[in-house]
Design a protein around this ligand. Sequence first.
Ligand code: 5GP
Length: 204
Amino acid sequence: MSVETDREVKRSPASGLVIIISAPSGAGKDTILRRVLARDPRIAYSISMTTRAPRCGERDGYDYYFVDCATFERVRDSGGLFEWAEVHGNLYGTPREEVDRLTASGKDVILELDVQGMRNVREAGVDAATIFIMAPSIEELERRLTARATDSAEEIARRVARAREEIKERHEFDYIVINDDLNTAVEDLEAIIRSQRLRSSRQP
Ligand code: 5GP
């Protein structure tokens, strides 16, 4: 895992924000993000590259860029990734060109990363707002995953166990959004992004 950030650290105040979002599965992150992106054209979503196989319904170039290991390693080794990490045996990375192009055009870019990805970007000195989204409780998260009916009982148990671990790390993030009521969670995320835009260091 690594981050190559020289150019990122020199981002000008006029560049868009880098916003990092992490969430255990079942927290409702995708629904919140879809709404926020639909409501604010200044916000863009960075599509990651992954070696994981597409799940049913996922589309290449929309959910992820699905690539084989050799392609991932070639892009990574030629400096084409902003950050990357191995999660559950699969490689995930953020294409650098996309983040650079979007932020240079003034768009605020949302990166959806695991906790290691967030740490790597932060440790590299990138000016990024980091946000953890969670369900109101583990019981509610388990209920949502069960209601979704897309995973087996073992898979749900595995995701709940992983969520317990991820939740322990929530205080490493700048902000925590609790998705109890969807509208409130959407407004909370919008409020965070708005306050980041208003930081004095970002004002001309
Ligand atoms: P999934 O396979 O369920 O879509 O994602 C698994 C995990 O990988 C999630 O925690 C997700 O946030 C993380 N992830 C997705 N894309 C990236 C990426 O580009 N970089 C890093 N570090 N993590 C990612």
